[in-house]
Design a protein around this ligand. Structure first.
Ligand code: ADP
Ligand code: MG
Length: 365
C-alpha cells in the first residue's frame, strides 16, 4: 500500500500494483480482497496547494491507511493520528483477543444472568450485527467466537477437531445475544461474541465521521479494504477505487469512481490455508461451522462502512444469488460478487446508477 513504512509487516505485500507513470498515480492497495484506491499524486506542488497525504499503521490486525487532501502535511498528520486513536479505542473495546475488552467481559459472562455495560458505540455495532443477522437469516452471526477460535485464522489457521467444532456450532447463535440500552448479555454458556466481520467497518465510519466534522475537503479511511470515501481529490474529481481480482493479486475487476460512500470487500484469499486442494478461509457458514464455499469475493458499496462490512460478510456466506437478494433488500448502492467459479455478478438495480458515475479509465495493471 502506498505510504506504508517498509519495515512494517504488511499482510498482503502483493497488493501493490504498479500504475502507469504518465498519470503519476500512486496505487493504494487495499488488503486482501478488494480494493485499491488510485490516488492522484501531486508531487512537486507548492505547500499552499492542497495535496494528498497518506499515513498508515497496523491496527485491528490489518493495515489502516488514512489519505487526506490538505495544504499542510503537519495538520494532515495530526488528523490521521486522531483517526488512528479512534481505531485503537475501538480495538481495545471490541476485540475478543484482548482480555480487558468489553467484548471479552461479555463473553466471560456468557450464560450468567448478569448484564455487561456497553458504550453507545459497541451498542450500535451489536444492534447492527443483530439486524444483519436477521436480514440474512443467520448467514451473518456475531456469536461465532468459539468456532473462529477453533479455526485459528489469526495464527495461520488449522482444521478443527470435528467434535469440538460441532459443539462450538451448537453453542453459537445470534438469538442468544441480548442487547438492551447500555448493556448486553449472552444467554448461553459457550457462546461468544466475535465482531471481526463488522467492527472494522464501524471504526472506519468513526474515523471518517471525525474527518468530516473537521471539515476536510477529501479523504479516504481504509482498513484493509474497508473504506469510506469523503469529498474529492485535489483536482475536484471523485476517488477511484480499483476492485482487486480475488484470484489475481495483480488484476483489477474494475475501477469504481465514487465519493461520500463506503466501499467494503470480503474475500477468501486474505486469510486461508490449503489442505488437499481445498481452500479453508476465515468466512464461516454459521450453520456448518465450515468456510462458506459459494464465493471468492464480495464488494459492497453503501452509505456506511459498518453496514457494508456486515453485508459483505453475509453475502459471501449466502452465495451469489441469495447474496444479491440480501444486498438489494438491504438497500446497498452497488455490489460485485465473484462466485466460486469466478463469474462476476452485479447488483442489477444499482448497475445503471453506478455506470453513470464510473469513468472510462479502467486501470490496467
Ligand atoms: P475481513 O475481516 O477480512 O474484512 P470480513 O469482514 O468478511 O473479512 O470478516 C471476517 C471475520 O468475521 C472473520 O475473521 C471472523 O472474525 C468473522 N466471521 C467469520 N464468519 C462470520 C459470519 N458468518 N458472520 C459474522 N462474522 C463472521
Ligand atoms: Mg465484513
Amino acid at each position: 500500500m502506498a505510504g506504508i513504512t517498509p519495515t512494517l509487516s504488511v499482510p498482503e505485500p502483493r497488493r501493490f500494483l504498479s500504475l502507469p507513470e504518465e498519470n503519476r498515480e500512486a496505487l493504494c492497495a487495499a488488503r486482501t480482497l478488494a480494493a485499491l484506491a488510485l490516488l492522484f499524486s501531486v508531487a512537486g506542488c507548492r505547500p499552499s496547494t492542497p495535496a494528498i497525504h497518506t499515513f498508515s499503521t497496523i491496527q485491528m490486525d490489518t493495515v489502516v491507511e488514512v489519505t487526506l487532501v490538505d495544504t499542510d502535511s503537519t495538520h494532515a498528520r495530526t488528523l490521521a493520528d486522531e483517526v488512528f486513536a479512534i481505531f485503537a479505542r475501538v480495538e481495545a473495546e471490541m476485540s475478543r483477543y484482548q482480555e480487558s475488552s468489553t467484548v471479552s467481559t461479555l463473553n466471560a459472562r456468557a450464560g450468567q444472568a448478569a448484564w455487561t455495560p456497553i458504550s453507545p458505540g459497541l451498542e450500535a455495532v451489536l444492534r447492527e450485527s443483530l439486524r444483519i443477522a436477521e436480514l440474512s437469516n443467520g448467514a451473518f452471526d456475531p456469536t461465532l467466537a468459539e468456532v473462529n477460535r477453533l479455526w485459528s485464522f489469526d495464527e495461520g489457521g488449522r482444521l478443527p477437531e470435528p467434535a469440538a467444532l460441532a459443539a462450538a456450532v451448537s453453542h453459537a447463535g445470534w438469538r442468544l445475544l441480548q442487547v438492551d440500552s447500555g448493556r448486553a448479555r449472552l444467554t448461553r454458556a459457550g457462546c461468544g461474541v466475535d465482531l471481526g466481520g463488522i467492527a472494522k467497518g464501524y471504526a472506519v465510519d468513526a474515523g471518517a465521521d471525525l474527518l468530516v466534522s473537521r471539515g476536510v475537503s477529501g479523504a479516504i479511511v481504509n482498513a484493509g479494504g474497508d473504506m469510506r470515501l469523503i469529498g474529492h481529490r485535489p483536482d475536484g474529481g471523485p476517488w477511484r477505487i480499483g476492485v482487486q481480482h480475488p484470484r489475481d493479486p495483480d488484476g483489477l475487476l474494475e475501477v469504481i469512481r465514487a465519493t461520500d460512500c463506503a466501499v467494503v470487500s470480503s474475500g477468501d484469499y486474505e486469510r486461508y490455508f490449503m489442505v488437499d486442494g481445498v481452500r479453508y478461509h476465515h468466512i464461516i457458514d454459521p450453520h456448518s461451522g465450515f468456510p462458506a464455499m459459494g464465493c471468492q469475493g464480495v464488494t459492497v458499496v453503501a452509505e456506511r462502512a459498518m453496514t457494508a462490512d456486515g453485508l459483505a460478510t453475509a453475502a459471501f456466506v449466502l452465495g451469489p444469488e441469495a447474496g444479491l437478494d440480501l444486498l438489494r433488500r438491504a438497500g446497498a448502492r452497488d455490489a460485485l460478487i465473484v462466485d466460486a467459479g469466478g463469474t462476476v455478478h452485479r447488483l442489477a438495480e444499482a448497475t445503471a446508477a453506478v455506470s453513470a458515475t464510473k469513468g472510462g479509465d479502467k486501470a490496467t495493471p
